[in-house]
Every structure is written in C-alpha cells, then in structure tokens.
Design a protein around this ligand. Structure first.
Ligand code: R1P
Ligand code: URA
Length: 284
C-alpha cells in the first residue's frame, strides 16, 4: 500500500484526515480506549473481548495497531502502542485529534512491569494511583561533569474514579492478595534507568533503585516505561482526558525471578477484562 501525502507540518494529516503515525481517522477510534505495549496483546484483547469478530483493525507502518469494536454494546478501542513515552505521545495526541474539542476520552493502560518491592510476587497486579518518571541525564556522563546521572520527577496522579473502578474489577477477579495499589515509576529506558546492570556500558546505576529511587519515593511498587506520560498528558489535556493504568508483575527485581509465560497469558486476559469493564462503566 503506497503511503499517502501529508499536509500541515505542524500536525501532519492526509487529505482524508489520517494522522501521520497512528494512521487512523475520525470514526475509526472510540473514545474509551485500552492501550497496551505489546501489539499481540492488543489483537488478543480485540478477539477475546469484542462483541463481534467483525471489528475494525488498522496496522500503521510506524508500529501502532488500532482495533475498534464494542464491549457489552459500548464502542471501545484497543491500541497497541509499542514501548516508551514517545509512543504514548503519538498515541494520545493523534487519537485526541480525531475528536471535537468538547468530547471526552478515557484511556486505561494495561502493561507489564518489574517490581523493586520484596513482598510483591511475579504475577501480581499493580494498579497505579500515581507515577513518577526516572530520566537518564546524558550530561552527567560527559568527562568532568558533576551532575547526577538520573533525575526523578514529582508524582503525577491517575484519575481517581477510573483507578478505583479498575481496582474493583481486577480485585473481583484475582482477590485482594494478588492486587496492590500504589506508585509507579516510568523509566525512560528498560536497562540503565531501571537499574539493570550491563557491563558493556558505564551506566552508573548500581544504587539507582534501592538508593536514589526508594529514598526519594519509598512506596514505589512498579517499574515500566509508559504510564507516567499517559497520566501527564491527561493532566495537561484541558479536562478532556481521564487515565488509569495497571500492570502485571513480570520481573521481581529483588529475587531475579521472571514470570512464566502461562501465568503471564492468564493474567493478561484477567487484567484486560477488568480494564474493558472499567473503561465502559466510568462516566465521561
Ligand atoms: C518492556 O519490556 C515493556 O513492557 C512494559 C514496559 O512498559 C515496556 O513497554 O509494558 P508493556 O508490556 O505494555 O509493553
Ligand atoms: N517492563 C519493564 O519496563 N520492566 C520490567 O522489569 C518488566 C517489564
């Protein structure tokens, strides 16, 4: 399929109104949206939860998958965003641009994460009521610099009603013992800024998680790569977007355990169902 000519250098769109990266146009995305990092998770959700298998599906050449259908009769979309905060920026801005100024949107992110918390198990679910971001400071790595190698932001809050509804829905499925609610830390990278050790590079991150992060924010439960930017975008959306997020714990960082695939797939379906139920029930 040949790519289409974009117009408008400030906010590129085709004549037909398709956005540059996500590639959808007005009417192809619902205003209640579940976003996930993994594109196969997005497709599995559409196939498992949409009322009909005859749903709208669009792959963009920039790594986004959008599926739109209905869940219990309510129009919903699931978008596979890929990884990292720039992908969240493309997703939120380009989806928002498909709606009128007075229309409201809700986004729930269903992700996977690591936990720095010794008592949370791989396979547990963490619902985030707020998030900070950890950013690597490249200036600190230049010769002679005295700057700190990583910066931790102030927390930004999730939407309370959407978060409570998501917590209620996932707790009804998994029970209280497997669900935690608390602070997330989005990292700008998977390796350096999540404190992973890679001897091929000078990362200066040996004490980043237990030292810098936990001293700064003792209650951080999860580490992932998108949620902060989703909450931040909702906060600056002039009241048009509400957002919540939850993750399945894949990596238990204090023991080194990584979740087995079978339980990961089971949890993805459980948390996905909870997210669709929450996103349709909370009024906009
Ligand atoms: C890293 O492996 C990816 O997994 C997490 C992180 O946020 C990052 O995107 O979430 P997803 O499973 O939604 O991609
Ligand atoms: N995703 C992350 O970003 N970090 C982890 O440790 C696991 C999943």
């Amino acid at each position: 399929k040949k790519s289409e000519q974009m117009k408008n250098a400030n906010f590129p769109m085709t004549d037909e109104g398709r956005t540059y990266h996500v590639g959808t146009k007005r009417g192809e995305v619902a205003n209640r949206i579940v976003i996930v990092g993994d594109l196969t998770r997005a497709e599995t959700y559409a196939k498992s939860f949409f009322d009909s298998q005859d749903f709208f599906k669009h792959y963009s050449t920039r790594g986004f998958l959008t599926c739109t259908g209905t869940f219990k009769g309510v129009p919903v979309s699931v978008v596979g965003t890929g990884m990292g905060t720039p992908m969240i920026d493309f997703s939120i801005r380009e989806i928002r641009a498909l709606f009128n100024e007075d229309e409201k949107l809700s986004f729930i992110r269903v992700g996977t994460c690591g936990t720095p918390h010794p008592h949370i198990l791989a396979g547990d679910v963490i619902v985030n009521d707020a998030s900070v971001i950890i950013q690597r400071n490249p200036d600190a790595f230049r010769a002679g610099s005295t700057e700190e190698p990583y910066r931790i932001s102030q927390p930004v809050q999730a939407n309370k009603s959407l978060t409570l509804k998501l917590q209620e829905k996932i707790t009804a499925i998994l029970g209280q013992d497997r669900v935690r609610v608390g602070l997330n830390a989005t990292a700008d990278y998977f390796y350096s800024s999540q404190g992973r050790i890679d001897t091929n590079f000078t990362d200066r991150n040996k004490t980043l998680i237990e030292g810098t992060l936990i001293k700064n924010q003792p209650n951080v439960l999860s580490l992932e790569m998108e949620t902060f930017h989703l909450f931040d975008m909702a906060e600056i959306s002039k009241g048009s977007i509400i957002a919540a997020g939850a993750e399945i714990v894949l990596a238990q960082r204090t023991t080194g355990e990584f979740l087995n695939l079978e339980l990961k797939h089971q949890r993805e379906l459980e948390l996905g169902r909870a997210a669709f139920e929450a996103v349709i029930e909370v009024p906009l």
